[in-house]
Design a protein around this ligand. Structure first.
Ligand SMILES: *Cc1c(COP(=O)(O)O)cnc(C)c1O
Length: 830
């Protein structure tokens, strides 16, 4: 009963570009505020933001239309970035930067007695992601638009994004993030491109007129997927790409059946069930979500997106599906959307009547997979029983993919039954399940990790069997971050200072930032003084945030020592806390002569169901409580936990940081991207030999990086015979730290609450080996303190870090994806 959308064609007209001066922008703002929003005599500040957002969005429209038209030219190959997460943050400031209308808009708002910086603060973060993986997707979108690459993002328009974290009595509390409450001025609903997504039902096999055996999936409970488009502007290049987010809605019939059966309330209930699919982002980072609703989300995204890409392709006159893979490529962000492999097969087989071999050849040449983690708890395994009930036709297809694949394996390694079991897409224990990572590898022509070490560990470890079978499929694409948001937007002071010296081309081509390197020499005294003044102003801005949100006084002249990221044992916030306790012990013993005044800031969300992570949050707050209220610590040490870490907070944090903590257990952090934001903003890194830290260290030189700790291979070797208590026995500093923690000094009113933390660190099976790295970490921190005391030296190292950060732009990452995987032609709309 698909209703065809009737397109009304109107006489073509030209769109005049809008004028970008302060008077016109101000005029548009007034028109939206009064004529569109109906606010006249003062209003809540969010309406000021909304009216301005519309005025700015208008200025994207012509370029958005032109970019669409260019991309849709038949024959133009396109890429689709499929991701369950896009951690976008705010858009207004970013578009002002990209359009080059910040100054004019600032002036326009002043004419209405509004401060632009305050209006910008009214925008809620679009927090449709957990952490690094989701933020990476957002940085990729930015870079693709800035490079004019025809890439569209596909995601889910969650009604509730990442939860809002607040702290009560030191404990993490979670509140829903209803970010759409006041509407979203950036999105455009395109209900005419809705798709029907099937769930449940059963399959029927039959022989068609030509005598081919075919299948149909029937008696399904369908859900509508409605697309919402968000503009992604490029940096001053007239390019506006699209992020298309799907919202779930009930189909009309679905309601009608219930309604006609005389049950109005059941009809409404089924509507709610349909809408549940896009209701909330699952808040787990780096761990699996075995919930049925999560699998529904995954299939909903994959099916809607592939059908949409096919719709566009067919509309442009193509029906020869052998060419589909020539013009379309899908990049799967982790295994989350991997069901797309089976869905594309289903559509080609069942809806378009292709034969298996043809369909497989198309599918496996337009899918590409990026792996983001080696942590076993993050590897997705869906029970076969769930698949059978929810996606019966897809399970059949997965079985057939697996059967053909295992035939290939047995041809290459005859008789190697164990290998076949290891490589089977279907795992048997403890219950039959689908291994999504295996499905992704088998169905893709490209498999990449996200930093050199991580890609190597994939080849040597987790994916070794597959690497032996298909070595050409495996490649590395080291992550990056966009310098537009993370330098130009977040750090305008440093941006002007750099541009005064080397021009401003570095914003669109970060490799040019290396031109700063000569300015690190001590003789450039005035430049160094400016560099420090910018950092100081940024630290004052962060200190104000810390005061407002934590009620802790940070001295902007102190060393700002920062660790912000998801709270996870592998990221080892605990190791940081052991150092904090160590400093506190030193203070109490009067040994302050080698210390520097330090402000330690920790922030990040713990998954609501992750007990240990939540205890770590409590420990940070307990330490802060004791230390900040101890007069002995004054002038030496402050500690704060910043609640609700998010993109807009990071925009204030990174530019103000002196020391960036990147201290994961070696081999566990696939890449990290927070590390790169800090480096670009002139922070020094204290870090392990892990993820992209290694490449940062190579870029800047060991003398400008505080490296410590075991290497990945040492961690693995030590695992078999790990005895953490021996480190405690042998190291008086560590003993003092553990004794003080055990004594209950930081939890006098709540005895025992940190026992589980202590026991985990003391366990021979502690996978994170926190105590093994204690000594090396403390020594590196002492080296930091010594370096900090030499202000000139520190300034020079800071400049060198920024100057060496050119490689870590997502522009470079995207150019590599494009050269080696996507092979797209930049669009020509200049
Ligand atoms: C960059 C970023 C991350 C990723 O940080 P890592 O240190 O790489 O884990 C997570 N959350 C937010 C809000 C970010 O901006």
């Amino acid at each position: 009963m698909k209703k065809e959308y009737v397109k009304h064609v109107y006489r073509p007209f030209t769109l005049e570009p809008l004028v970008d001066d302060a008077a016109t922008i101000g005029h548009d703002f007034k028109r939206y505020l009064s004529y569109h929003l109906g606010r006249f005599h003062g209003c809540a500040p969010n309406y000021i933001y909304e009216a301005l957002a519309y005025s700015v969005r208008d200025r994207l429209m012509v370029d958005w239309r032109n970019t669409w038209n260019e991309q849709l030219q038949p024959g133009n190959r396109r890429a689709f970035y499929m991701s369950l997460e896009f951690l976008i943050g705010r858009a207004l400031g970013n578009h002002l930067l990209n359009l080059g209308i910040h100054t004019a808009t600032d002036q326009a708002m002043l004419n209405y007695s509004q401060k632009l910086e305050e209006v910008i603060e009214e925008e809620p973060d679009a927090g449709l992601g957990n952490g690094g993986l989701g933020r990476l997707a957002a940085c990729f979108m930015d870079s693709c638009a800035s490079l004019r690459l025809p890439v569209m993002g596909y995601g889910i328009r969650y009604e509730y994004g990442m939860f809002r974290q607040y702290i009560e009595n030191g404990y993490q509390m979670e509140a829903p993030d209803h970010w759409l409450q006041n509407g979203n001025p950036w999105e455009i609903e395109r209900i005419e491109y809705s798709q029907r997504i099937q769930f449940g039902g059963y399959t029927e096999h039959f022989i068609d007129k030509e005598g081919n055996s075919r299948a149909r999936w029937i008696s399904t409970h369908d859900v509508l997927a409605i697309p919402y488009d968000i503009p992604i502007s490029g940096y001053r290049n007239k390019t506006v790409n699209t992020l298309r987010l799907w919202k779930a809605a009930a189909t009309d019939e679905f309601n009608l059946i219930e309604f006609n059966a005389g049950s109005y309330t059941e009809a409404v209930q089924s509507k709610n069930q349909a809408e549940d699919i896009s209701m909330v982002l699952y808040p787990n980072d780096s761990s699996e979500n075995g919930k049925e609703l999560r699998l529904r989300q995954q299939y909903f995204l994959a099916s809607a997106s592939i059908k949409d890409a096919m719709r566009v392709w067919v509309r442009h006159g193509e029906m020869d599906f052998r060419k589909f893979a020539v013009e379309n490529v899908f990049q799967m962000n982790d295994t989350h959307p991997t069901i797309a492999v089976a869905e594309l097969m289903r559509l080609l087989l069942d809806e378009h009547g292709l034969h298996w071999d043809e369909a497989w050849s198309i599918t496996s040449s337009c899918m590409a997979y990026t792996n983001h983690t080696l942590l076993p708890e993050a590897l997705e395994k869906w029970p076969v029983s769930l698949f059978e009930r929810l996606l019966p036709r897809l399970l059949e297809i997965i079985y057939e993919i697996n059967a053909q694949f295992l035939r290939k394996v047995s041809m290459k390694w005859p008789g190697d039954v164990e290998r076949q079991q290891r490589m089977s897409i279907i795992g048997e224990a403890p219950y039959r399940h689908v291994r999504m990572a295996w499905l992704a590898i088998v169905g893709s022509f490209s498999v990449n990790g996200v930093a050199a070490l991580h890609s190597q560990l994939l080849r040597d470890g987790l994916f070794h069997d597959f690497y032996q079978l298909w070595p050409e499929r495996f490649n590395n694409k080291t992550n990056g971050v966009t310098p537009r948001r993370w330098i130009a937007h977040a750090n305008p002071g440093m941006t002007s200072l750099i541009s005064e010296q080397i021009g401003d081309e570095w914003i669109a081509d970060l490799s040019q930032i290396v031109k700063l390197k000569p300015l690190a020499a001590a003789k450039h005294k005035a430049f160094h003084a400016h560099w420090r003044a910018v950092k100081l102003a940024n630290k004052q801005r962060l200190a104000a945030l810390v005061k407002a949100d934590c009620d802790v006084d940070f001295d902007p002249h102190a060393l700002f020592d920062v660790q912000v990221k998801r709270i996870h044992e592998y990221k080892r916030q605990l190791l940081n806390l052991l150092h904090v306790i160590h400093l506190y012990v030193q203070i109490k013993q009067g040994k302050t002569e080698h210390m520097v005044n330090r402000c330690v800031l920790i922030g990040g969300k713990a998954a609501p169901g992750y007990y240990m992570a939540k205890r770590i949050v409590k420990l940070v707050n307990s330490l802060a409580e004791v230390i900040n209220n101890d007069p002995d610590a004054q002038g030496h040490l402050k500690v704060a936990f910043l609640p609700n870490y998010r993109v807009s907070a990071m925009e204030i944090i990174a530019p103000a940081t002196d020391l960036s903590e990147q201290i994961s257990t070696a081999g566990k952090e696939a890449s990290g991207t927070g590390n790169m934001k800090f480096m670009m903003n002139g922070a020094m890194t204290i870090g392990t030999y892990d993820g992209a830290n290694i490449e940062m260290l190579e870029a800047v030189g060991e003398e400008n990086f505080f490296l410590f700790g075991l290497r990945a291979e040492h961690v693995d070797a030590l695992r078999h015979d790990y005895r953490p208590w021996e480190y405690v026995e042998k190291d008086a500093d560590l003993r003092a730290v553990m004794d003080l923690l055990r004594s209950g000094h930081f939890n006098a009113c709540e005895p025992g609450i940190f026992d589980d933390i202590i026991n985990s660190m003391m366990s021979s099976t502690d996978p994170w080996m926190t105590l093994a790295d204690f000594r090396s970490y403390i020594d590196a921190q002492q080296a930091v303190a010594t370096a900090w005391q030499d202000t000139e030296k520190w300034t020079s190292m800071s400049i060198l870090n920024t100057a060496a950060s050119g490689f870590f732009s997502t522009d470079r990452t995207m150019l590599e994806y494009n050269r080696e995987i996507w092979k797209l032609k930049p669009i020509n709309n200049g």
